[in-house]
Design a protein around this ligand. Structure first.
Ligand SMILES: [Zn+2]
Ligand SMILES: [Zn+2]
Length: 188
């Protein structure tokens, strides 16, 4: 980085200057001409503010999105392209922590495609999990659910709904064996 004093930067109408002197927090970086603030310190403060004011930021972004969805989507796309690696780790982390939400999301989409009525969310699934005490819903199985499938008691293709009351959690092998059978057909 080239050394340039604040006054010279100001005369050249630059927004930043660099003296080669570390800030109080040890950053060797440019400073803003307008207030003499260290750029790295500013970035850190801003990031912390965003983290501490998460709901505020979310609300603000939602409002901005509503005003101009196209523009907002474009900005997000550009940001993602610039921060691809970061974005991927963030998405993977979110996926790991929100398995139920993803399950609900994809099942709701499938049911919409089949014109079935109803929807459910991750809380419904967690509730089911508790109700079944973490075990497969099949009475002759009752395996502890490590992984599980959200099953429609009356299958969607047979006119069943996508409401929580038509759902149960099955272990993968029970789910595969039940397929598109109703409970009665499956038990027989
Ligand atoms: Zn600093
Ligand atoms: Zn089972």
């Amino acid at each position: 980085m080239k050394l340039i004093s604040r006054d010279r930067a100001k005369n050249k109408k630059l927004s930043r200057f660099f003296t080669g002197i570390r800030c109080l927090h040890g950053h060797l970086c440019e400073r803003f001409v307008c207030n003499g603030d260290c750029v790295d310190c500013h970035k850190i403060r801003r990031r912390n503010w965003v983290i501490n004011n998460y709901t505020k930021v979310k609300k603000y972004n939602r409002r901005r999105y509503k005003l101009n969805p196209k523009y907002f989507k474009e900005i997000c796309k550009m940001w993602r392209q610039k921060n691809r690696a970061y974005d991927r780790t963030r998405i993977n982390k979110w996926r790991k922590e929100n398995k139920e939400a993803i399950r609900a999301f994809s099942a709701n989409r499938r049911s919409r495609e089949r014109n079935a009525k109803g929807n459910f969310n991750k809380d419904n699934i967690l509730h089911l999990f508790g109700k079944q005490k973490g075990k497969c819903a099949a009475s002759n199985c009752r395996t502890n659910l490590i992984t599980y499938h959200v099953d429609h008691v009356k299958p969607l293709v047979r006119g069943g709904s996508n409401w929580p009351r038509n759902l149960q959690l099955l272990c993968p092998s029970c789910n595969a064996s039940k397929g598109i059978k109703t409970m009665q057909e499956w038990v027989q």
